[in-house]
Design a protein around this ligand. Structure first.
Ligand code: FMN
Length: 191
């Protein structure tokens, strides 16, 4: 296989772009389908398909935010009106958010950790897919990935959990790089 310099350069420079800087346009229906196709082309021991995706776009962003604000108002201690408004607008800045759900299957050979890792791969592949189609993205979890009531409202079923939400849109800024780990500290050669 020949070297693919475009992929290499992308992987060397990719940066997450937070939802405040993800603007319209978002992907159209055909682009979204292609992104989802790329995202789900991941290592999956036993071909269990141990993940699902929930697309939050268009008017659903406002409806999901309203429900999230209601849950936050009830469950988050000392939350004030401004905090509730933050939750109401959670899904509004980015044109599109895709929730990635780990949906592990009973299997004697494939432990749950492997299935969870496969779901993580879907989330990061979705980030790559967004970039491949000319968008930017960021992977977040936030409190509603871990709160069972909020997670169920957003799409989890019994035995499932969110591995995160991938926010996608057109970047409105160029994000400066952050420090990256020094390979000398994290790589060793077995001997
Ligand atoms: C599982 C997971 C959950 C994350 N959740 C959040 C989050 O809730 N909020 C946040 O600001 N960043 C979160 N991040 C970090 C961003 O995805 C991203 O890695 C970070 O902004 C660094 O950007 P980079 O991809 O350019 O290195 C999370 C990352 C992972 C892997």
């Amino acid at each position: 296989m020949p070297a693919n310099n475009a992929v290499r350069d992308y992987l060397l420079t990719r940066r997450s772009v937070g939802s405040a800087f993800l603007k319209d346009p978002g992907p159209n229906a055909a682009e979204l389908e292609q992104m989802l196709t790329i995202a789900t082309r991941v290592p999956d021991h036993g071909k269990l398909t141990p993940w699902r995706l929930v697309v939050i776009e268009g008017d659903a962003r406002r409806q999901a935010g309203d429900k999230l604000a209601d849950i936050a108002a009830r469950k988050i201690a000392n939350i004030d009106a401004a905090g509730i408004e933050v939750e109401r607008q959670r899904f509004l800045p980015a044109p599109l958010t895709i929730g990635v759900i780990s949906s592990p299957k009973e299997n004697p050979k494939v432990p749950e950790i492997e299935q969870l890792l496969s779901a993580g791969n879907v989330a990061f592949n979705l980030v790559h897919a967004a970039h491949a189609l000319g968008f930017a993205a960021s992977w977040v979890t936030r409190w509603y990935a871990f709160d069972p009531e909020a997670a169920a409202m957003l799409g989890t079923r019994e035995g499932e959990r969110f591995v995160g939400f991938v926010q996608i849109g057109t970047p409105s800024v160029v994000i400066e790089d952050r420090d990256r780990p020094d390979l000398a500290n994290i790589v060793s050669h077995w001997a």
